[in-house]
Write a protein that binds this ligand. Structure first.
Ligand code: ATP
Length: 136
């Protein structure tokens, strides 16, 4: 039985709109498990893997951080990006990883904000590569 609606909204599309049995969100403090009849909740998300299970089948979506709201049987995720493994361009993620590492090396003694941004870009790239290689 699928008792949860999972909707992932990005600036340019609805990345996912499915009935599912269980969802694991990449919360800032670790994975958050959601089952049907979960209490109302909002949570900030890290860039990482959103997992959802439907009829015993587990699937993964990369999300680039954002927020999740759980309310009345619906998990609503708002994120800058939501990509199924097949959507992820591996070469682009490798190029982003390289750029982020170069920026980190350049900025490590400079502006701390630039360093934080480069670290966040590196995390997005590594998580995309992880979702792609473990799920294709
Ligand atoms: P890049 O530097 O390659 O743009 P990014 O981490 O800065 O990477 P995001 O800000 O997370 O990119 O996403 C911007 C848009 O580009 C979103 O629509 C996202 O889905 C898409 N995108 C970014 N990287 C990839 C990728 N490797 N494969 C597929 N889509 C991607």
């Amino acid at each position: 039985m699928s008792g949860l609606t999972l909707r992932v909204i990005t600036p340019d599309r609805i990345a996912l709109d499915e009935q599912t049995d269980a969802v694991h969100l990449p919360g800032l403090d670790g994975s958050i498990g959601i089952l049907p009849r979960h209490a109302h909740m909002v949570a900030a998300l890290d860039a990482g893997e959103l997992m959802y299970r439907t009829g015993g089948r587990e699937q993964t979506l990369f999300v680039a951080g954002g927020f999740a709201e759980v309310r009345e049987g619906t998990v609503r995720v708002v994120s800058q990006a939501g990509e199924l493994p097949a959507d992820i361009d591996e070469e682009r993620a490798r190029a982003a990883e390289k750029r982020a590492r170069e920026r980190m090396a350049l900025t490590s003694k400079g502006d701390p904000i630039d360093l934080i941004r480069a670290q966040a870009a590196l995390r997005r790239a590594l998580m995309r590569l992880s979702v792609k290689t473990r799920n294709s």
